[in-house]
Design a protein around this ligand. Structure first.
Ligand code: ADP
Ligand code: MG
Length: 337
């Protein structure tokens, strides 16, 4: 058996696992379906996600880290162990070292729970790393030079903004406004305007397919189905990109304000580097149409979308694993066994 290292992006919306030499071996939603009475786990990941909004009363689909905090330890641990188990780590990896990127504001109790879950899954050593650093590294930035790098990672539950230099975070903010809040805003807009109730998944689909925050006009539309609040019957309504832009205005303004604040608090030399290099967008929210343009217009700084923005964090864990000796002891909390 080989001793290989594993990198995990424990995201609020998706969990990804990278194995040295193999690449990304798992990419699944952070969802667990349980039976509400017995608390018995029925499904994890993709299978559980298919149940969201479609479960009978006795089954609930839970996203245990929904808001960027670990709302449910037991379920998070269970999910992490399940995923590590799913890649068969125990059979073909001999006590791997595991590097995990979890939500930015994890408490020490949460960190301990994550560590223990990874150790129980067979890890020899567990490293926890801050997500924005891994995101920046995975986006191809050389964060170890004495130069400013700014990354905005928009996930499901949180938006993390950070300026990094010489391997450390200089200024940052973590905001509980991201993809989920976009979906909720679309849902609310449609409810108010059309008296139509739609589910989370429909709302996300609208965002992905026709959503925009672009400063210029976008001519897209789609028919959506929901339940009419007045008649209680199924109803179809046509929605345009312009309506989605209006719906997203509020949550987006919070993200822009947060990025602005971080940039304002950044020392001038580093800010100058950022103006040269541009701000890098990572996470699924980086794919929201027009956000790069809008942010650039508001901050007067170039903005670039990372390649494969949803893979940056896990790719970053992979690169950091390769440099564990250089990076680990200095910057990461470790736990040995
Ligand atoms: P996390 O790191 O919190 O697990 P991800 O980086 O995986 O989150 O991003 C998930 C979020 O990205 C979800 O809210 C999802 O709806 C959103 N997303 C994915 N693709 C797109 C897209 N093309 N346009 C807008 N949002 C998207
Ligand atoms: Mg993430």
């Amino acid at each position: 058996m080989l001793s290989k290292d594993i990198g995990i992006d424990l995201g609020t919306a998706n969990v990804l696992i990278y194995v040295k030499g193999r690449g990304i071996v798992l990419d699944e939603p952070s969802v667990v379906a349980i039976e509400s009475q017995t608390k018995r786990v029925l499904a994890v990941g993709e299978e559980a996600r298919r149940m969201v909004g479609r479960t009978p009363g006795n089954i609930i689909a839970i996203r245990p880290m929904r808001d960027g905090v670990i709302a449910d330890f037991e379920i998070t641990e269970m999910m992490l162990k399940y995923f590590i188990g799913k890649i068969g780590a125990k059979s073909w990896l001999r006590s791997p070292r595991i590097l995990i990127c979890g939500p930015t504001n994890m408490t020490s109790v949460e960190q301990k729970a994550i560590r223990e879950a990874a150790e129980k899954s067979g890890a020899r050593e567990v490293f926890l790393e801050e997500e924005p650093k891994a995101a920046a590294v995975g986006a191809g930035m050389d964060i170890f030079q004495p130069s400013g790098n700014m990354v905005v990672d928009i996930g499901g539950g949180t938006t993390d903004v950070a300026v990094i230099s010489m391997g450390d975070i200089v200024t940052s903010s973590s905001l509980k406004v991201a993809g989920d809040k976009f979906d909720a805003a679309i849902m609310k807009y449609i409810k108010n305007k059309y008296k139509l109730l739609i589910g989370e998944r429909t709302s996300e689909e609208i965002k992905v397919r026709i959503g925009t925050v672009s400063p210029s006009y976008v001519d897209k539309q789609m028919d959506i189905r929901g339940r009419d609040m007045v008649s209680g019957m199924p109803q179809t309504v046509n929605i345009t990109s312009e309506e989605v832009r209006e719906a997203l205005q509020e949550p987006i303004s919070h993200i822009i304000a947060s990025a602005k604040t971080v940039l304002e608090r950044t020392p001038p030399e580093l800010a100058a580097d950022i103006i040269d290099k541009g701000i890098i967008l990572t996470g699924g929210g980086a794919l929201l149409h027009g956000f790069d343009q809008l942010l650039s217009q508001e901050l007067l700084v170039p903005v670039l979308i990372a390649e494969d923005p949803m893979h940056c964090v896990v790719k970053g864990t992979g690169i950091m694993l390769d440099n564990l000796d250089k990076v680990a002891r200095k910057h990461m909390g470790t736990s040995g066994r």
